[in-house]
Structure formats: C-alpha cells, structure tokens
Design a protein around this ligand. Structure first.
Ligand code: PNS
Length: 164
C-alpha cells in the first residue's frame, strides 16, 4: 500500500499544484494533500479556506484526501502512516532547497522517501507567490488557478475583476 503526502502551503492552490496532485494520484494508492498550518506566515487564505478549496478541486479523484498539519512533516506522516513525500520540481532554482528538505526528512526518518515530479512545461513558471503578486495588480488569473478561485482571490484584495 503506497500512501503519500503532497505537502505545501497552497496559498492558493494553483493549476501547477493540481497537475502534480492528478499525476501523483495515478502512481500512489492513496494521496493526502497536506496543507501546512503555519501561524507565523501571513497567508492570504485561512487554513480552512485552503483545505476546502483543495477538496473542491479534488473531489473527483477517489484516492485523494485533504488535511491540515502543523509542526514537522515527518511527525505528521507517522500519525497518518504515510512514508512517501511528493514534491514538484520546477527549475534548477527549486533544487537546492528541495534537496535539503528531502535529505533532512530522510535523516529524521529513514523510512521516509521523497519523490519529485517535474512540473508540466506549461506550469514551470507558476507559484502561489506569483499568483498573489499578479492578482494584487488586477492581472488575468485564468491560466494560473482554477476558474472557481478567481473571484475569491480578487475579493481578498478588494479589487474588481476587469475584462476577463
Ligand atoms: O509550499 P511550500 O511552502 O514550498 O511547502 C513547504 C513545506 C510545507 C513542504 C515545508 O515547509 C514543510 O514540510 N514544513 C513543515 C516543517 C518541516 O517538516 N520542515 C522540513 C524539515 S526542516
């Protein structure tokens, strides 16, 4: 039984994240999307909003569930009996940070393995940070996030969606 976690902040979930979720759900028996509850980080969406937004977008994938966690990822993984971490790799710039985290997690618990999926080409530039920056200036988000999220993101910035 291959049970994996795809951890992240998902503030908000992007089309790139959704692509990784769909592809890794095909490889794993069970996939938990783990949303980091980081009170130190000033997030755009609350933890409950982020969890329910991801649930909404993954309800058609039977082996995917969504949960929030705080503290160390490896500790949370023990509580849900998962041993595989999924991460998406976009460019070389992601590599150093991801390698450090993967190795730290493996040292902490040698049972834990990280599997990297390379991001699909059309999402290789995309991140939640870019989405927020773009949205804050009224940019067109249709290529970045699920259409259902666009108005919710704009509401957070209290700006009107203009012409798209
Ligand atoms: O979407 P992000 O912000 O790149 O996700 C980072 C995340 C959540 C995977 C990472 O920060 C994490 O696992 N945080 C929990 C604390 C932890 O276990 N850190 C790794 C060992 S230092």
């Amino acid at each position: 039984m291959k049970k994996a976690i795809y951890p992240g902040s998902f503030d908000p979930l992007t089309l790139g994240h959704l692509d990784i979720i769909r592809r890794s759900a095909k490889i794993m028996d069970e996939l938990v999307v783990g949303v980091l509850h980081n009170s130190a980080k000033n997030s755009l969406f609350s933890i409950d909003e982020r969890v329910s937004m991801i649930e909404e977008m993954t309800k058609d994938i039977p082996n995917v569930s969504v949960a929030s966690f705080d503290g160390l990822l490896v500790n949370y993984m023990k509580t849900i009996d998962a041993t595989i971490i999924i991460r998406g790799l976009r460019a070389v710039t992601d590599f150093e940070y991801e390698l450090q985290i993967a190795q730290t997690n493996h040292v902490e618990n040698p049972e834990v393995e990280t599997i990297f999926l390379t991001t699909s080409l059309q999402y290789s530039y995309l991140s939640s940070t870019i989405v927020k920056e773009f949205a804050s200036y009224g940019g067109d988000l249709t290529k970045f996030v699920p259409p259902e999220f666009i108005d919710r993101i704009y509401e957070k910035y209290q700006i009107e969606r203009n012409g798209f």
